[in-house]
Design a protein. Structure first.
Length: 155
């Protein structure tokens, strides 16, 4: 409460201190400042809650994307392994084909001998072309297999 000077009672010419009847201006100002402080604090708290909720949503989105990427990587790894297995099977077939090629050479040689004996011209060009094709296919399969094995090891 504020105090201020007022004329003394009974008209004696003196002044005395008297307390003001209501709250002082300083008290009103303090109350206003305190109320303003509380309002500002509540506003800041609401903004912080909204920001925190936004961050939680961002984290949830990142977790979801991370899970999706993990699933994609797992699927891609399985695809790569299946491809490597298929390429190994193809390489095995090509190697087996190489053995077949040797058998075919023997058969072709026998046929050539028989044709020479019968004075028939041999089909050497056909034999050479099939040999070149087999070697080309084998080389291509080996390159592809090495590349796929590299990809699997890298992942």
């Amino acid at each position: 409460m504020d105090r201020y000077l007022v004329p003394a009672p009974y008209g004696c010419g003196y002044f005395v201190c008297q307390e003001a009847a209501g709250p002082s201006r300083n008290q009103e100002t303090l109350h206003d400042q305190l109320a303003s402080f509380h309002r500002n604090r509540q506003q800041i708290n609401l903004e912080a809650i909204k920001a925190f909720a936004g961050q939680q949503q961002c984290v949830a989105n990142l977790e979801q994307r991370s899970n999706m990427l993990e699933g994609f990587v797992e699927n891609q790894t399985q695809i790569n392994k299946a491809t490597v297995d298929a390429m190994k099977a193809m390489q095995t077939e090509v190697r087996a084909g190489g053995m077949k090629k040797e058998v075919m050479k023997l058969k072709n040689n026998r046929r050539a001998i028989r044709q020479r004996a019968e004075c028939i011209e041999p089909y050497e060009e056909d034999v050479e072309e099939s040999d070149d094709d087999m070697e080309h296919i084998r080389d291509e399969c080996q390159r592809t297999l090495k590349y796929l094995e590299y990809l699997v090891e890298r992942n």
